[in-house]
Design a protein around this ligand. Sequence first.
Ligand code: SAH
Ligand code: SF4
Ligand code: F3S
Length: 461
Amino acid sequence: MNGKTVHIKNYGCQMNKLDTALVSSALKKAGFGLVDSVKEADVVLINTCSVRRHAEQRVFSHLGHLKHIKKRRPEMIVGVIGCMAQRLGTELLKHEAVDIVCGPAQIPQITKLLTETLQQKKKSLAVTEKIRKTTEKQNQTLEKFESAYGIEDKQIPGQAFVRAMRGCNNFCTYCIVPFVRGPQVSRAPAAVIEQIKRLAGQGVKQVTLLGQRVNSYKYRSSEKTYCLADLFEKASDIEGVEWIRFVTSYPSEEFFDEILQAMADSPKVCNYLHMPAQSGSDRILRAMNRNYTAEEYLQLLAKARAIVPDIAIAGDFMVGFPGETEADFEATVELVKKAQYKNCFIFKYSPRPGTTADKRLADDVPLEVKKSRNIELLAVQEKISDRLSAEYLGKQVKVLVEGLSKKPHLNVAQNTDTPQLIGRTATDHIVVFNGPESLAGQFAKVKITKTSPLTLFGELI
Ligand code: SAH
Ligand code: SF4
Ligand code: F3S
């Protein structure tokens, strides 16, 4: 091979973005050319998410679109990778448009699958049969694939995701992730650090350590047990690495003080914590198999703020979990008010086949109620975000510039010949300002002149 071209479209979370980067890198190494559009592509790969039904529906509608294109170009190959591939397996392979189905734990095979399918024109399936019982050998294969490739995230210059942990063992009753990503495994610190060094050598300034429950990172070697704070310390020593982030955190006492203390002590560890609460009702939290109460959650936030006074905290919530009453929802509203998040992501419960909640509990909160609770909670959070953002007015902030702002913001200066750029502060605040495009991937200082709930606007200093 090869000269064949591949286009990859990504749905889903940071884990998927990282996998897309790994797959792109592997295919490039094998001689495939990466292209930006379906039109130019011999092979179209879709990296998919199963976390809510809506995420899967979007993929099916995209596949419908590809089916039409294939009528005109029957030689085009379509592959589905990611969490839906693992969840649906053969069912997806039956789809008229689909030639390849490859689960997240099988991506080391991607080059082989593409090459074979292109040569032999047959459908191929690679999913992990007993995903909850992955073997040491399977882990080693993944590890080898993961560490063999450079993984600079091309979409955002100067930034990269690095996996600290694979999988999840938490089994929150609503969640599909443990069934599609397999058991929780912490990667060896040496492998993680080696990778960060390589990325820093390629000009990466910010690394984001990933794990579904990344604060529980734990690696036992003969001499000591490593936690996330140990990774921070080692990564901080690497020349070129300026900012270190980590997502997502689970509300737990374990390692909490160490991680927050490292944040307070190290100028490189960003003062940002994404720690989903999911609900403010203890009854619902229990039904979700989240092992904390609303009170304990708030105590963790108080502790985080005591250790890192200027920390920004983000959360996730779910509305309409089975059995959620008006009183349960009010408890969630109360928690959001008390937590004072920088921002929060709010989702409507979506039953996922095979999960405990789906098997045991009826999805009994009507869609209309889910929608209105979602809107109400967003409105509560918006007021808080607006007030917290306003505190930045007149201040100078340091941002890592991501590139051109996708949508034009009318709020910033118009009478300038430079384009609108977007950057993020260490606290994960989005900042829009005018400046030269060449700043992408660089740090810049911006004076904030206007604020809104989710965006700060300013002038380059
Ligand atoms: N590992 C992370 C998040 C995983 S999924 C964590 O534990 O925090 C990201 C978010 O999607 C979750 O925080 C949750 O709010 C939401 N989510 C997960 N499963 C869902 C479902 N079945 N329906 C609706 N939202 C869901
Ligand atoms: Fe899903 Fe819970 Fe694991 Fe997060 S911690 S991925 S919500 S099971
Ligand atoms: Fe991520 Fe969706 Fe899979 S949230 S881990 S891509 S189910």
